[in-house]
Design a protein around this ligand. Structure first.
Ligand code: GTP
Ligand code: MG
Length: 562
């Protein structure tokens, strides 16, 4: 894990997530659990030296849907004297997948927050003459280094993107359904079935960016820390004229011009005398500034005793944690709009004496006077600091992580008040049902065999299901036919099939009349049947070559001419 790069200039308010409970289970899934503190850091008396679970996160939610696969085609070669030659239905193209790609030019998740839904294109349907459908294009979503991805529903860790260019599959496109050509065997020489395309994976993702603040704010309550954060970034912390306004740390990314841009600022509750002993709100939050390279000490110029305040805070810091006390400080005299020149000069001089260095600026957070200059100088100062000597955060064991929890488990539910009705659920069997092309009797039979092979038929029988019971899988309903002795096929299907077969006998040489696919027609390139079927599917981009001005009217024109 390395801190995010600072080259993009996004203004963004961030919020913080804390984990106070035990580490998530993925930490202990490895055979050798990663040691969170490999360099055995010294701890202060509160054991708060560095708690890797207390971190700042920029978070976003995102819905990704991989493209569905195209549907396979049922077609037969037609040559002179051979009305129904071998099967020639091509397979559907696979749907496009969605990948996150690590881009070191980014440092926030703001672009994702602005675009919640990401969808990849479907694969096109297979065509006659053994033509496979076109594949859907993959979609890349850029995220900054340090981005951690979880499945929102299960909160399961999926992965982390660290290095520029890394690509991580988050929603796989569905595979294309096979055309009837693929079902040809020695025994079944003219298969009349095809598969529907596999649905693309659709899921909500929780995306987190682990942020390390560069600059931590310190100061007495009411000194104007939150006001300063608001002045320098797009964060909107609560600001009020009373102490302890801030009760949780606020994080912001500086968005002031070129100089300070990208600087990550952390505003914590104010400290008071006795803080190291637990007084006030501040001490619990001091750990949040552990990883900051620089502390910004905000002194309230309107206080009766500004210099004493300054000493008090530093004393508490020393008592709380010497490590924090050693951190480089920059001091600002805030609220200079409320004091006269003379007092300002006097205080600045006194602060220089007290601090023993000259990194002191006089500003007004309310009028933003001096804020831009402060941020510019802070950024230079921060980049001149060495990397903080802190234990690295725990490694995430990615070998145990994954978004896919494929298994062929199923569950059978029945309600005694509805005898003879069974619901079978399970991702795999639902998947199979979605890919079954119910228009074809042979496909229905195949589904029956799959139920058998998965042990679902047997289980239903054990549970007392009888011939003719209603079985529901996903959105599909069937009659139960145990042992496949009596596969239930709806009469309409058989009729349609018979009609197709009957037709074939008559139309030897002449053109078969066009029948839409849904009415039992076959896709056949010769008679342009695929037009309106395989082309211009929903969500497809319209390609230039498909654009014929004659066929289109602009919606705004229509309004005026109608
Ligand atoms: N006149 C003047 N008022 C300021 C300035 N900066 C902050 N204030 C006021 O001081 C009060 C406290 O500001 P906050 O930003 O909430 O102070 P804080 O340090 O975050 O306080 P806690 O969260 O309680 O620790 C508010 O009423 C601000 O409007 C300034 O530069 N000039
Ligand atoms: Mg505050």
């Amino acid at each position: 894990f390395s801190p995010p790069q600072r080259s993009a200039h996004h203004a963004v308010g961030l919020h913080m997530a804390t984990r106070e409970t035990a580490p998530p289970s993925w930490y202990d899934t490895g055979s050798t659990p990663p040691d969170p503190t490999p360099t055995a850091p010294q701890q202060n008396q509160y054991g708060q030296r560095d708690d890797p679970e207390w971190k700042f996160f920029d978070t976003a939610r995102m819905h990704v849907s991989g493209g569905d696969g195209g549907t396979g085609c049922v077609a037969f070669r037609r040559e002179k004297g051979e009305p129904r030659g071998g099967p020639s239905g091509g397979s559907g193209g696979r749907g496009g997948s969605i990948y996150l790609v690590c881009d070191e030019g980014l440092n926030t998740l703001a672009p994702i927050r602005n675009r919640v839904h990401v969808r990849a294109a479907k694969g096109k349907n297979g065509l006659g003459k053994s033509k496979d459908g076109k594949k859907g294009k993959h979609v890349l979503v850029r995220v900054p280094p340090g981005t951690v991805v979880r499945d929102l529903k299960t909160n399961r860790l999926a992965g982390e993107l660290r290095d520029h260019g890394q690509k991580f599959l988050v929603a796989k496109g569905g595979r294309g359904g096979r055309g009837n050509q693929a079902f040809m065997t020695n025994r079944m020489t003219s298969p009349k079935l095809a598969e529907r395309g596999e649905p693309g994976v659709k899921r909500w993702l929780a995306v987190e960016l682990r942020l390390v603040a560069d600059v931590g704010f310190l100061g007495k309550p009411n000194a104007g820390k939150s006001t300063l954060l608001a002045a320098a970034s797009a964060a909107k912390p609560k600001i009020a004229n009373y102490p302890f306004t801030t009760v949780v740390p606020n994080l912001g990314v500086c968005d002031l011009g070129e100089e300070g841009a990208g600087l990550v600022l952390c505003d914590i509750p104010g400290l008071i005398e006795g803080a190291a002993g637990g007084a006030g709100l501040g001490p619990a939050f001091l750990r949040h500034v552990q990883r900051c390279k620089v502390l910004l000490h905000v002194v309230d110029a309107t206080s009766e005793t500004p210099i004493e305040d300054f000493h008090t805070i530093n004393k508490e810091l020393q008592l709380y944690d010497t490590f924090l006390a050693q951190k480089k400080q920059v001091v600002v005299l805030n609220k200079n709009d409320c004091i006269d020149e003379e007092r300002q000069e006097e205080l600045m001089e006194a602060l220089k004496q007290a601090a023993g260095h000259t990194r002191i600026l006089s500003i007004s957070a309310v009028t933003t006077k001096g804020v831009k200059e402060l941020m510019g100088r802070l950024k230079k100062f921060v980049s001149a600091q060495p990397e903080a000597d802190l234990p690295p955060p725990p490694e995430i064991d990615l070998s145990k992580a994954g978004l896919d929890y494929d298994c062929d488990d199923f569950e059978i539910i029945s309600d005694p008040s509805y005898p003879g009705q069974w619901r079978v659920s399970g991702s795999y069997i639902e998947h199979i049902a979605q890919m079954t092309h119910w228009d074809y009797p042979q496909a229905v039979e195949r589904f029956g065999r799959q139920l058998e092979a998965l042990g679902i038929s047997a289980e239903l029988q054990t549970r007392g299901a009888e011939d003719g019971d209603l079985v529901m899988i996903d959105k599909f309903d069937f009659e139960f036919s145990p042992g496949l002795t009596n596969v239930y096929l709806p009469p309409e299907l058989l009729e349609a099939e018979a009609a197709r077969d009957g037709n074939d006998k008559d139309d030897e040489e002449e053109e078969r009349p066009w029948r839409p696919f849904s009415k039992g027609g076959f896709l056949d390139e010769d008679v342009d049947e695929f037009v309106g079927f395989g082309e211009l599917e929903d969500w497809e981009m319209l390609e230039d070559e498909d654009f014929d001005e004659e066929d289109f009217v602009y919606s705004d024109e229509e309004i005026w001419t109608a």
